[in-house]
Write a protein that binds this ligand. Structure first.
Ligand SMILES: C[S@@+](CC[C@H](N)C(=O)[O-])C[C@H]1O[C@@H](n2cnc3c(N)ncnc32)[C@H](O)[C@@H]1O
Length: 250
């Protein structure tokens, strides 16, 4: 799936996952970051977590992403909230950035909705851990399954039918990776709709404004298939949440 399609479809979003503003705020209230808390947000999208937490709590930090379009929006959002002196953004592959980043330097390391950066949940948790300062928190946003999908549902949602963990399986995988699960904020049907359904109007407008663009046929198909998959299967089968973790004691 093309990054450009996401850049177009999510051009009016601030949060690029099934979270609404209030859910992101709830996450902040749970984590209670203090002024000066150092955050590294891997696959940060438009940087809403960093910019908002910096404005509200005074956190500082860095967001990393591969999309120039999203990073430009992140920098603009930081400027809008008056926090450009405390948060910055880097264009890089998140795994490579994590590899080269200062170890033990961050109070919070987050990756919300992009665990492919480490080849899956366990691999992503492994690459985040060395970056954490003693007593720090990991925030990981991850999909889980509300029911075992039919083969048709798994295919429509681009999932391996053999790897569709439930919420409880996901929690166990986090514990098995060496973390204590401290809390979580979950998406619900409404917040999924805000993420997915609110892309339809954006894409419809883009297709009207750019009928001759070489990407128009592909984007039309992306809209058609994505809408069908969401309505028929996604709303029933897919869960998503941000999980608050800390390394388990040895
Ligand atoms: C589902 S969005 C989540 C964005 C953000 N965390 C949020 O919650 O708003 C996934 C993000 O991962 C970024 N991305 C995809 N592959 C990446 C990679 N290898 N390294 C860094 N960012 C990546 C995309 O550009 C996109 O911004």
């Amino acid at each position: 799936m093309s990054l450009r399609f996401h850049e177009i479809a999510e051009s009016r979003h601030r949060i690029l996952n099934p979270f609404t503003d209030d859910k992101l705020d709830t996450l902040g209230e749970i984590c209670r970051p203090g002024a000066g808390t150092r955050v590294l947000d891997l696959a940060c999208g438009k940087g809403e977590l960093l910019a908002r937490w910096s404005a509200r709590y005074g956190v500082q930090g860095t967001g990393v992403d591969i999309s120039d379009v999203f990073l430009d929006a992140a920098a603009a959002r930081a400027a809008e909230l008056g926090v450009s002196d405390r948060v910055g953004f880097a264009r890089a592959d998140a795994a490579e950035y994590a590899e080269g980043a200062e170890k033990g330097a961050y109070d919070v390391v987050s990756c919300m909705g992009a665990t492919w950066i480490g080849g899956g949940l366990a691999g992503t948790l492994d690459l985040m851990r060395p970056l954490l300062r003693e007593g720090g928190l990991i925030l990981v946003g991850e999909v889980f399954w509300n029911a075992v999908p039919t083969p048709e549902a798994a295919e429509a949602l681009h999932a391996d039918p053999e790897a569709c963990p439930s919420l409880a399986d996901t929690a166990e995988a986090m514990e098995a990776a060496g973390y204590d699960l401290l809390d979580m904020v979950l998406a619900n049907a409404d917040s999924w709709d805000r993420y997915v359904a609110s892309q339809w109007w954006t894409v419809s407008d883009w297709l009207r404004d750019n009928p001759g663009d070489p990407d128009a046929p592909g984007l039309r198909e992306f809209l058609r298939k994505g809408r069908r998959a969401h309505l028929e299967f996604g709303r029933r089968y897919l869960g998503w949440g941000v999980f608050v973790l800390r390394p388990s004691l040895p």
